[in-house]
Design a protein around this ligand. Structure first.
Ligand SMILES: NC(=O)c1ccc[n+]([C@@H]2O[C@H](COP(=O)([O-])OP(=O)(O)OC[C@H]3O[C@@H](n4cnc5c(N)ncnc54)[C@H](O)[C@@H]3O)[C@@H](O)[C@H]2O)c1
Length: 282
C-alpha cells in the first residue's frame, strides 16, 4: 500500500496502540500529527521518528479528548501543520475505574453522582474526534489519492461488542462508539467519507500492568500488536467499506464483525425512522 502523499491525525499516539500506529504510518512515509494528553511522550515519539526516517514530518500537540475546547484547539493545530487531512484515528482511551464506591460504601448518606470520566474520554471524547474529522473532510476541496474526502478509524474494543461485567462504564462507552460508527458510518459514506472501528481484545500496552498481560498470555488471549495494525489497515487506502467494525482477537487476528440481523419488526421500524429522520443528515 503506497500512502506517501497522505496525512493523519492520531489521538492517543504517545503510548501503546496509538504509538505503534504512528510508527506504522511514519514507516509508510505519511505526515502525522500526534495528539495526546501526555505531550512530552508525544513530542519524544515524534522526535524519535523524525530522526529515524528521512524527510519525516511528525508533529505533536497536546489534547484532552474529554474536552471539546481542547479537541478543537488541537485539531486546529493539526490542520495548520498537515494542511489536508486524509485520516483521523481516534485512539485515546483509559481503562475502567470505579464509578461509585462499592456496595457497602453507598448504603447510607446522600445519593452520589457516579464518576463517568471513563465515558467522557472513551465515549463522548471519541465522538468529538469523529465530528471534527467529518467537519474537516467536508471543507477539503480535493480528494485523497484513493478518491476519498477522508477516513476515520476509531479504536473501540471487544467490550463494545460483547457484555463485559468487569468493565461496565468502559463497555458502555465502547458500545456507544460501535453503535455510532455502525449508524453514522452509513450516512457519511454517501459523502465519500469512511468511518469504521477496530475492536481489539487484550493488547499489551500501558493501559494495564505487566502481570495482567503475563497472565493473559498464559491463557492464550493476548492480541499481537501486528494483528492490531492489520485491523487499521483493513480500513485504509482504497477500501470503501464504512460503518463496519473489525474484531481483533488472539487466534484469528482481525476480521469484520457480522452483527445479528434485526428482527423483521425492528427492520421495518428502522427503515421508517431513517425516512423520518432524513432531514437530520441533509
Ligand atoms: N490495550 C488493550 O488491551 C485495549 C483493548 C481494547 C481497546 N483498547 C483501546 O485502545 C486505545 C488505546 O489504548 P492503549 O491500550 O494503547 O493504552 P495506553 O494507555 O498505552 O495509551 C493510551 C493513550 O491515550 C492517552 N490518553 C489518555 N487519556 C487521554 C485524554 N483524556 N486525552 C488525550 N489523550 C489521552 C494516553 O496519554 C496514552 O498515550 C484506547 O481507546 C483503549 O480503550 C485497548
Amino acid at each position: 500500500m503506497t500512502l506517501e502523499a497522505e496525512t493523519a491525525y492520531v489521538t492517543g499516539g504517545a503510548n501503546g496502540i496509538g504509538k505503534a500506529l504512528v510508527g506504522l504510518l511514519a514507516a509508510k512515509g505519511m505526515k502525522v500529527c500526534v495528539a495526546d494528553l501526555n505531550i512530552s511522550g508525544a513530542k519524544q515519539w515524534a522526535s524519535a521518528l523524525n530522526q529515524t526516517h528521512a524527510n519525516q514530518n511528525i508533529s505533536a500537540t497536546m489534547v484532552d479528548v474529554s474536552s471539546w475546547d481542547s479537541q478543537a484547539a488541537a485539531f486546529e493545530d493539526a490542520v495548520k501543520s498537515l494542511g489536508r487531512i486524509d485520516y483521523v484515528f481516534a485512539v485515546a482511551g483509559v481503562a475502567e475505574r470505579r464509578a461509585l464506591p462499592n456496595a457497602s460504601g453507598t448504603t447510607t448518606g446522600p445519593f452520589m453522582k457516579p464518576d463517568f470520566t471513563v465515558y467522557d474520554i472513551c465515549g463522548t471524547g471519541m465522538m468529538y474526534t469523529i465530528w471534527l474529522g467529518v467537519q474537516q473532510f467536508r471543507r477539503q476541496k480535493t480528494l485523497s489519492p484513493y478518491g476519498f474526502k477522508g477516513k476515520i478509524i476509531c479504536v473501540s474494543s471487544v467490550t463494545g461488542i460483547y457484555s463485559f461485567p468487569g468493565s461496565p462504564v468502559y463497555s458502555a462507552a465502547k458500545h456507544a462508539v460501535v453503535g455510532f460508527v455502525r449508524s453514522y458510518g452509513k450516512v457519511v459514506a454517501q459523502e465519500n467519507i469512511t468511518l469504521n472501528a477496530v475492536c481489539p481484545g487484550i493488547v499489551e500496552t500501558n493501559i494495564s500492568s505487566p502481570e495482567f498481560y503475563a497472565e493473559a498470555k498464559s491463557r492464550g488471549c493476548l492480541v499481537k500488536m501486528e494483528h492490531m495494525m492489520n485491523g487499521f489497515e483493513m480500513f485504509m487506502g482504497a477500501e470503501s467499506m464504512s460503518g463496519e467494525c473489525a474484531e481483533v482477537v488472539a487466534k484469528y487476528g482481525a476480521r469484520v464483525v457480522e452483527f445479528p440481523a434485526p428482527s423483521k419488526e425492528s427492520a421495518i421500524g428502522r427503515d421508517f425512522v431513517i425516512e423520518k429522520h432524513r432531514h437530520l443528515n441533509d
